[in-house]
Design a protein around this ligand. Structure first.
Ligand code: GDP
Ligand code: MG
Length: 229
């Protein structure tokens, strides 16, 4: 979209996912405000934060979404993922269980981003109505008068521009809390090989001492930028 000054405007939605207490909220506050909070308080209120990043002289708005703690109940909804073009999938290197959950998070991300276009023919009106289905959500994207006299309803999948698939989402596996070397339960090698297997970028970070936090977000943002330009 044009911003009125001749330049282009970019807005990238990036989601943070991973088990509770792996440090998602602190990665975001480190990136956006260079702050760390040692008291684990459930995230309240804010759904996302917008951070300006410059890439190749272009101003990019990275809209980074953080859960409000609903991952504790495995209740992250498809609305959270909708429209995301990047994801940081986070585990805690000092808790193996959080690493074991990664595949489930990747699966949920993939499922939620896959969208179908359903076409419903409405005989009474002689029109086709189009719906996009995201995860478990569904919304109408308009209708068209086909005048084709078809009977009944039909559905089909369109492999069209409406369909978003996870290969267009820049994904990074993040092993957070790398400052906790003395109680590490997941080796760097294990992280790397999972990332390779799943086709993800990989980085170990520490929101506490700021190691690689900026870099991790920037790699994802640059990859999104490369995907679209
Ligand atoms: P979330 O539930 O994934 O959003 O995790 P939080 O950001 O709320 O962090 C959970 C707990 O881990 C808090 O007590 C944080 O202070 C702590 N924490 C987060 N990141 C780090 C880190 O990089 N190193 C260490 N040592 N602790 C961290
Ligand atoms: Mg949180």
């Amino acid at each position: 979209a044009e911003n009125g000054e001749g330049g282009e405007e970019y807005l990238f939605k990036i989601v943070l996912i991973g088990d509770s207490a792996v440090g998602k909220s602190n990665l975001l506050s480190r990136f956006a405000r260079n702050e760390f909070d040692s008291n684990s308080k459930a995230t309240i209120g804010v759904e996302f934060q917008t951070q300006l990043v410059e890439i190749d002289g272009k101003e990019i708005k990275a809209q980074i979404w953080d859960t409000a703690g609903q991952e504790r109940f495995r209740a992250v909804t498809s609305a959270y993922y909708r429209g995301a073009v990047g994801a940081l999938v986070v585990y805690d290197i000092s808790r193996r269980g959080t690493f074991d959950s990664i595949k489930r998070w990747l699966q949920e991300l993939t499922n939620s981003l896959q969208s179908l276009v359903l076409v419903q023919f409405i005989p009474q009106k002689d029109v086709c109505e189009f719906f996009v289905v995201f995860g478990y959500g569904c919304y109408s994207i308009g209708s068209e008068d086909f005048g084709c006299g078809l009977e009944g309803y039909f559905l089909f999948l369109l492999l069209s521009g409406y369909a978003q698939n996870d290969s267009t989402v820049a994904r990074m596996l993040v092993g957070n809390k790398c400052d906790l070397e003395n109680i590490r339960e997941v080796s760097t090698e294990e992280g790397k090989s999972l990332a390779e297997e799943e086709g993800l970028f990989f980085m170990e970070t520490s929101a506490l001492d700021a190691t690689n936090v900026q870099t991790a977000f920037e790699i994802v943002i640059r990859e999104i930028y490369n995907n679209i330009s």
